[in-house]
Design a protein around this ligand. Structure first.
Ligand SMILES: N[C@@H](CCC(=O)N[C@@H](CS)C(=O)NCC(=O)O)C(=O)O
Length: 226
């Protein structure tokens, strides 16, 4: 029983990272297939998965195709009720679902201005007022999650869950652009990015290079050392 996850790129595809973490972190057997997100072959590579057209896309062992990361998360959680994808307690689970849904639907300024990259830390990035508002909202949601769960640090709901999966690429944006957040949020972001699974993903990401690199900024950079 193996899932197949189609991903685009490890360095820059935030959604691919989410799709992979929800399999990898919960020990769900899977194989990966690369899709040419930046090589111009994406439509061709994904033709057999139509009408899915974005990465990640998941296929279930029976061949069912599932697009959209949130749909994948719910499908995997339903198929593996004991794997702990969602928090055990109902109130925590409802809040975790809320955080994931708001992430998928929101933070458009942060996502638009600070494309995820796991290569280096930009120096001197000046966030717009809209990006700062997104950061405030993210910290409000984190505070609400922690108040609900009673866990002041570590995974938002005490045990690593889909909420942490969905906010890992958000953490990469916060760290990768050196964005202003509280010490607590910064520590949580670093913890998410120091996860051994994320580090192995980042290491594999470095094996692929692009010329020109996507999402360049006219800014100095420092090495990604956390
Ligand atoms: N809402 C989708 C977003 C997926 C997404 O935007 N993936 C990007 C890569 S990170 C993509 O496939 N872009 C290719 C395109 O837009 O043609 C999800 O939750 O999975």
């Amino acid at each position: 029983m193996t899932y197949t996850l189609y991903i685009g790129d490890r360095m820059y595809s935030s959604w691919s990272l989410r799709g992979w973490l929800m399999l990898e972190k919960f020990s769900l057997p899977h194989e990966l297939r690369m899709v040419g997100l930046y090589s111009g072959t994406m439509a061709q590579d994904m033709a057999a998965l139509a009408p899915a057209r974005l990465v990640p896309t998941l296929t279930l062992p029976d061949g069912t195709v599932v697009g959209e990361t949130l749909a994948m998360a719910e499908t995997l959680a339903e198929r593996h009720p004991d794997a702990g994808l969602w928090p055990k307690e109902a109130a925590h689970r409802a809040t975790a679902r809320w955080l994931c849904a708001e992430m998928v639907a929101g933070f458009t300024a942060l996502r638009g201005d600070c494309s995820m990259q796991l290569s280096h830390i930009w120096q001197g990035f000046q966030p717009s007022e809209a990006v700062l508002a997104d950061l405030r909202r993210i910290e409000t949601l984190f505070a609400h999650a922690r108040q609900t769960s009673g866990h002041a640090s570590g995974p938002l709901f005490g045990t690593y869950s889909l909420a942490d999966v969905f906010y890992t690429p958000v953490a990469a944006r916060i760290i990768g652009y050196d964005l202003p957040v509280s010490a607590e949020t910064g520590a949580y972001c670093v913890e998410l990015l120091r996860d051994p699974a994320v580090l192995s993903w980042q290491e594999a990401a470095r094996e692929v290079t692009y010329d020109p690199e996507p999402y360049q900024l006219d800014l100095a950079r420092r090495p990604w050392v956390l």
